[in-house]
Design a protein around this ligand. Structure first.
Ligand code: SF4
Length: 187
């Protein structure tokens, strides 16, 4: 199969020569952006990180009734180094904020954050000295889930929204290497 695709891509013409491709065979021509985005969007690994009552709803998403595995995100990881989406489930206290930030920093790029529930997104009913009034004061948030608590299907909807966002990512950054950098790269 890789040989077939190579034949198509290398022939730069408006009338591609199909080479050895058999009649009725399958060929996929796409961009690397699309390929990477599809893979990332459909294999999100959430970090196991519950802060309060919202976390119970988060746990329910992987149970049989809601079955988050249908969307490729059931592999909750116990270490930030193996996770690429942080779900902030519950109120974030000021004491916990530096810990949350440290865990976020330990996650490899690319990474995303879902703020689950009114407390995580805005402090909710806890408008007091102890609670951070919005997790986006500590880490960048990609998707907010409203509600107290949001239902498991609301969290699944947020993951679907995050998947849409990931699929729109573009890797069009051009990196120019100076001659010296080029030499180092070749060596
Ligand atoms: S939003 Fe509601 S359910 Fe979630 S942590 Fe706050 S009080 Fe608990």
């Amino acid at each position: 199969m890789p040989k077939r695709i190579e034949t198509l891509v290398l022939h730069d013409s408006s009338t591609p020569i199909l080479g050895d491709i058999q009649k009725g065979g399958s060929v996929v021509v796409t961009t690397i952006d699309t390929l990477l985005n599809q893979a990332r969007a459909h294999s999100l690994w959430p970090l196991t990180f519950g802060l309060a009552c919202c976390a119970i709803e988060m746990m329910s998403t992987v149970a049989s009734r809601f079955d988050l595995a249908r969307f490729g995100s059931e592999a909750f990881r116990a270490t930030p180094r193996q996770a690429d989406v942080m779900i902030i489930a519950g109120r974030l206290s000021k004491k916990m904020a530096p810990v949350l930030r440290q865990i976020y920093d330990q996650m490899p790029e690319p990474k995303w954050v879902i703020s689950m529930g009114a407390c995580a997104s805005s402090g909710g009913v806890y408008n007091n000295y102890a609670i951070v009034q919005g997790a986006d004061q500590v880490v960048p948030v990609d998707v907010y889930v409203p509600g107290c608590p949001p239902s498991p299907d609301a969290l699944i909807y947020a993951i679907l929204k995050l998947q849409e966002k990931i699929k729109k990512r573009k890797f069009n950054k051009i990196i120019e290497l100076t001659p010296r950098q080029l030499e180092e790269t070749v060596v």
